[in-house]
Design a protein around this ligand. Structure first.
Ligand code: TNX
Length: 548
């Protein structure tokens, strides 16, 4: 349980009074190794300084920016080595902990985070925040005391890709909203934000030389909600802000389906790009899926996609470009036409210097064959079975890597509690869809699965053996927030929290680490609730979690 540790409880009443009670660490994601240094703690004071290696100075400034408003302390930041009485970020950590690993030692002499990259130091700082009382996240001065319990932590992630997806196509979101989301998700060591930048209801990013995409394509959102788009400067601003929090942006322009906004943008000047069921095309601002498609044979399709891929790739420092690829019925494009489309698009992405990412359907393409770039599928099937599972299995047969986003586990756009649920607890979730979670998907469902064993091997009816998706095929996990029902920041927060931290822990903490169970996770999660309250982050107070 969430026991409170009281340091140095023995001794005289005076000695007891001199030692602040400290709280047992309640960390999400769970570190790989942690031991408590009993009787030791460090309490911040008005004299506490932050020292950092040159390469971690920006991270140290971010730490100071979190701690100053609530503590009211000056917390000056300077370059330097760890000294007694400081919060220190050192870059002499073991390279064996990888680019994201760190150690954290706290005790009576202070706190030292050691990493060998700034990203590792940032991860250690997120842990340090959670070692302090929850109200350290408050924007206004609080009484403290600001005591860090004595711990010794050695930590590194299980997977390198720990993502969140945000759909800004259905409901448009501003740059400021997305920056705030980056702050909130990076606290849980999420290192990737996948932005779904275009769909049937709207196109959300300016492309030079193609004004129609935004003047026409960005006018609306789902259900006639306000449209909008980002200029390229705004996109770069988001990319840079994300980078400062060690979050990599993955841009997605969904193709060949989910493209009605682009088709509408070009309805007058390039009507030949429209291979939809929607002919002549008209706006459909409902949540319908599976009706739109770009034409594989139109040169205008390829001129358009080449501009889009080249420009977005040039603005994106991360390794991935996501081509979508989901939900194109064979009644619109035959299986061969679809495969040919992927086979033509993927090399354009490769030539732009990016790894091709797409929903699992893209494994229809000739990945692994000469001329095709490296590919990653994002598995969105349910239960690891069925055609979604087969397409993930085909992907690994073709040498592709996999990001796991099973819809019935990791689609955080689904309701926690549905009208059809038998769960008597809690109200029916006011927003969210339910196709993947007809009985609701609460935080236990988001937590209780394993990315490396969900998709087992399968023998098809023709005797073909499709391999399992195993640990070495999986590069990570992603919680996906589609935005049919997500109007604003508060809605996004309500669906992300507390489920995204569950996904973050699956991505970070190896399955075998003691404490990596839902029963212990829910106690650690409970401690996050007070942080979200202090920060003004909306969340679903799941009845499964012993919030305090
Ligand atoms: C299916 S998942 C879609 C999206 C919807 C989502 C809603 C996927 C690759 N495609 O277009 O927004 O369901 O949950």
């Amino acid at each position: 349980g969430a026991a409170s540790l009281t340091a140095a409880v023995s001794g005289t009443p005076a000695a007891q009074a001199a030692v602040a009670p400290v709280t047992a660490p309640q960390l999400v994601p769970l570190p790989q190794e942690m031991s408590l240094r009993s009787g030791q703690s460090f309490t911040l004071s008005a004299d506490t300084r932050i020292v950092a290696a040159q390469g971690a100075l920006a991270v140290a400034q971010q730490l100071a920016a979190v701690l100053r408003p609530s503590t009211g302390y000056a917390l000056p930041v300077s370059t330097g080595a760890p000294q007694p009485g400081t919060l220190a970020l050192a870059l002499d950590g073991a390279t064996s902990l990888g680019d994201e690993g760190y150690t954290l030692e706290s005790g009576s002499t202070g706190v030292v985070v050691r990493a060998h990259t700034a990203h590792g130091a940032f991860n250690g700082v997120q842990t340090l925040r959670q070692l302090l009382p929850a109200w350290v996240e408050s924007p206004t001065v609080r009484p403290g005391p600001w005591t860090v319990p004595g711990v010794s932590i050695t930590d590194e992630p299980r997977f390198g890709y720990r993502g969140a997806m945000l759909d800004i196509a259905r409901h448009f979101q501003t740059v400021d909203t997305v920056k705030r989301i980056i702050d909130e998700i990076s606290m849980y060591k999420i290192n990737t934000l996948h932005l779904h930048l275009a769909d049937d209801q709207g196109w959300r990013i300016a492309i030079n030389g193609r004004p129609e995409l935004t003047t026409i394509g960005a006018q609306f959102g789902i259900d006639n909600s306000p449209g909008g788009y980002w200029t390229q400067a705004e996109y770069v601003d988001v990319v840079q802000y994300a980078a400062s929090r060690f979050v990599t942006i993955v841009p997605e322009i969904d193709t060949p389906g989910h493209t009605n906004a682009a088709i509408m943008a070009y309805a007058d000047i390039h009507p030949d790009i429209n291979c939809s069921a929607n002919k002549p095309p008209r706006w459909n601002l409902s949540g319908d899926v599976g009706y739109s498609a770009l034409c594989p044979d139109s040169p205008n399709t390829w001129a358009l996609l080449t501009d889009v891929i080249n420009q977005l790739s040039a603005l994106t420092p991360g390794p991935y470009y996501h081509i979508g690829g989901d939900e194109v019925p064979t009644t619109i494009l035959t299986q061969q036409q679809y495969a040919d489309f992927i086979n033509r698009e993927a090399p354009i992405v490769g030539a732009a210097g990016k790894i091709v990412m797409g929903w699992n359907e893209i494994s229809e393409g000739d990945f692994g064959q000469p001329g095709m770039p490296q590919g990653v599928v994002q598995f969105w099937g349910t239960g690891g079975t069925g055609s979604g599972g087969d397409s993930a299995r085909r992907a690994v047969q073709k040498g592709m890597k996999v990001v796991m986003s099973p819809a019935d586990r990791a689609y955080v756009d689904q309701k926690y509690v549905t009208s059809r649920t038998t769960n008597p607890n809690g109200p029916v979730t006011p927003i969210g869809l339910n196709w993947a979670c007809p009985r609701g998907c609460d935080v236990d469902t988001a937590y209780n699965w394993d990315p490396a064993t969900l998709v087992p091997a399968r023998t098809t009816s023709t005797g073909e053996v499709l391999p399992a998706v195993t640990e070495s095929d999986v590069i990570g996990v992603e919680g996906a927030l589609w935005s049919e029902t997500v109007k604003n920041l508060s809605d996004a927060e309500y669906l992300y929290f507390p489920r995204l931290p569950a996904i973050a822990e699956l991505g970070w903490s190896p399955a075998g680490v003691p404490g990596r169970t839902f029963d212990e996770f829910k106690v650690r999660l409970a401690a996050q609730g007070a942080r979200w309250t202090a920060m003004g982050v909306n969340f679903y107070p799941s009845p499964l979690v012993p919030w305090r």
